[in-house]
Design a protein. Structure first.
Length: 212
């Protein structure tokens, strides 16, 4: 009888040991075991582009001074949509707004574009900061003893007066804290207008991106 009970106890111990081993093996699969269904249906992690936030290069357009004021004060200039380079010094420009309707027509009149203005003519108003102390060609300044605060830019594609590459750039600089009023009468009477400047797109320059 004692032998029988001993055998029962031993069998029970072995059975318990077998259950422990089975449970342990189920929780510790090998590294190459296939994932369970919950893992296999999980959404993959989002991929972040390696070039996220990288600024794109912008083309530079070269302009040849065409008017007397441009030739005597600024010389040839270069532009991108966000900068203007005058006398080898670069100045950031910030777009205020695109010009349409009366504002575009009044600006074209101020800058002496041909009438009617050519199809595809574009105009934009920018803010800019050029200190009064900045000397350009021959010791000239843009706005006399005042700093330059505003830039009016109009570009004409394919007009009768366009340069070899088919584009003309017309600029007007303004001083003062107040944004210039782009209406014919206000522009004609403006005391903040510093001067107007005309340029032709250089023959070897890429298509003009701005400021315009």
């Amino acid at each position: 009888m004692r032998s029988f009970l001993t055998a029962i106890v031993v069998i029970g111990i072995l059975a318990a040991a077998a259950l422990v081993i089975y449970h342990y093996m189920g929780q510790h699969k090998s590294l190459d075991s296939p994932p369970n269904s919950a893992q296999s249906t999980a959404a993959p992690a989002a991929t972040v582009p390696t070039n996220a936030g990288t600024p794109q290069l912008e083309k530079t357009t070269a302009w040849t001074a065409a008017s007397n004021t441009a030739m005597s004060i600024t010389g040839d200039i270069e532009t991108t949509p966000h900068i203007i380079t005058i006398a080898k010094v670069t100045y950031p420009v910030v777009l205020v707004r695109d010009l349409h309707g009366d504002e575009l027509q009044s600006s074209a009149n101020l800058l002496a574009l041909e009438t009617p203005i050519p199809t595809g003519t574009e105009g934009r108003l920018y803010s800019i900061h050029i200190p009064a102390s900045v000397k350009l060609l021959r010791g000239n300044t843009l706005c006399g003893g005042d700093g330059t605060a505003w830039l009016l830019a109009v570009i004409s594609h394919g007009g009768e007066s366009s340069g070899a590459s088919g584009a003309d750039l017309y600029l007007a600089f303004f001083s003062g804290a107040a944004e210039p009023v782009l209406q014919t009468q206000a522009l004609n009477n403006s005391t903040a207008l510093c001067g107007t400047f005309n340029y032709e797109q250089a023959a070897s320059s890429p298509a003009a991106p701005g400021p315009h």
